[in-house]
Design a protein around this ligand. Structure first.
Ligand code: CU
Length: 440
């Protein structure tokens, strides 16, 4: 019997035969599933190919594949999409298979992967497989390693997934525009041995940003740094789903940063280690405890922790202006400015004029200010104890006892055990004023 190696190495004719087989397989396009909303879909348990523990994409989904002649075949369609950024706001973006970001691609170390990319954009594109070790001509840099994929054409990428880890994909063609429009997706390669690096719950999302003027739908693609929507998987709070976890689960959260700035991502009530980057897995001896990981631009990090404390734990970017939506920027600081008298005069000319910010900006979280259409409040959201005053890159890790293994449904707000919530002091208040005026 001839092995595959002997076959390939046998003669020029045999080599030509192998190429023809490959082309024939490429002749039938795999199906390209489309997703039409921003829901977090349940993990896709692999129906074929090597077994693995699937990830959950926050406000996203995993792209189904087909097995053909030992190849795992995927079909991505680059196209204009409509993405709900949060309830009340939809953006006209570019993405893949109906959404931005595109679907997560999951495969296994050693998989032979064939990815068909159909370009339905008005301009050419390409896809770069960020972090993947592959032949140079599959690297997806338009003009450098391949011709750009013209509008209306389909290209095929074929390579073996040499190593497991946390990666992403994005165009390397008219990059500033195509990434500002939302073209990107997560790429997770699982270890060949499903018990290696195993966790109980494995989440993934990309960090991205848009500049969309209040009242409009399309990102301003030439913005360099001053973005006004700070997103996780093209969603802002309160549109980002909670990360639902069972108490004592070992949890992994994989994140990739495709914005133009860094993001210090912080968790409450727990500490974690960075266990994986886009360069590969971090040895145990090189890990240290953290509660914040600074996400560099153009990089991925996976953090891991044991969810040993039940509750609703904030998980967010620590740049406070990334916890705000559009409308919150370029507003003058009014703290300490006395508006009395002035407002009455202005109200004669502009009856709806409101004053905000004299005592800080917390008013913004409570007040119902009239907003332009398709515009999110600057800070919003209701928690069990009142307004959350958040936007942007914020969600809640909800840790509960006794959840079923595959249960990712929002369990509602945490029921605190009696005597474990901060409370108001009802005794005699100390005298206020500068210390020198206090009576001893
Ligand atoms: Cu940030």
């Amino acid at each position: 019997m001839m092995t595959r190696r002997q076959f390939l190495g046998g003669s020029g004719a045999a080599l030509l035969g192998a190429v023809l087989v490959s082309k024939a397989q490429a002749a039938s396009l795999p199906e390209a599933p489309i997703q039409n909303n921003a829901a977090t879909l349940p993990p896709l348990v692999p129906p074929s190919g090597r077994p693995y523990q699937p990830v959950v994409t926050l406000n996203g989904w995993t792209l189904p594949w087909r097995m053909k002649g030992g190849w795992k075949e995927f079909h991505l369609i680059a196209e204009p999409v409509q993405r709900e950024i949060a309830p009340g706001m939809t953006a006209n973006l570019w993405g893949y298979n109906g959404q931005s970001p595109g679907p997560t691609i999951e495969c296994v170390e050693g998989d032979k992967v064939r990815i068909f990319v159909t370009n339905k954009l008005p301009e050419h594109t390409s896809i770069h497989w960020h972090g993947v070790l592959l032949p140079n001509g599959m690297d997806g840099v338009g003009g450098l390693t391949q011709p750009q994929i013209p509008a209306g054409k389909t290209y095929v990428y074929e390579f073996v997934m040499k190593h497991s880890g946390t990666f992403m994909y994005h165009p390397h063609a008219d990059e500033m525009v195509q990434m500002a429009m939302g073209m990107m997706g997560s790429l997770v390669v699982h270890p060949k041995d499903p018990n290696r690096y195993r966790v109980d719950r494995d989440f993934v999302f990309l960090i991205n940003a848009f500049d969309i003027d209040p009242g409009s739908y399309t990102p301003k693609v030439n913005t360099m740094l001053d973005f006004n929507l700070w997103c996780w998987n093209s969603r802002v709070f309160p549109g980002i789903d909670p990360i639902v976890v069972r108490k004592e689960d070992r949890v992994r959260i994989r994140m990739g940063n495709l914005t133009m700035t860094n993001h210090p991502i912080h968790i409450h009530g727990h500490n974690f280690s960075v266990t994986c980057t886009d360069g590969g897995w971090v040895q145990k001896s090189a890990q240290w405890p953290e509660t914040t990981v600074d996400m560099p631009i153009g990089a991925l990090r996976a953090i891991e922790f044991v969810a040993d404390a039940p509750g609703d734990w904030a998980f967010h970017c620590h740049k406070s202006h990334h916890l705000m939506n559009a409308m919150g920027h370029d507003v003058p600081t009014m703290i300490g400015v006395d508006h009395r008298g002035l407002v009455e005069k202005i109200n004669k000319l502009v009856p709806e004029y409101m004053v905000m910010g004299e005592r800080g900006m917390a008013d913004m979280g409570e007040m119902e200010m009239p907003l332009p259409d398709n515009t999110l409040p600057m800070m919003t959201g209701q928690g069990p104890f009142g307004p959350l005053e958040m936007g942007g890159m914020f969600t809640v890790v909800k840790i509960r006892e006794g959840l079923a293994r595959g249960d990712y449904k929002d369990p509602g707000w945490y029921g605190h055990p009696k005597g474990t919530v901060a409370y108001e002091w009802k005794g005699t208040l100390p005298e206020s004023g500068p210390p020198e005026r206090r009576k001893e």
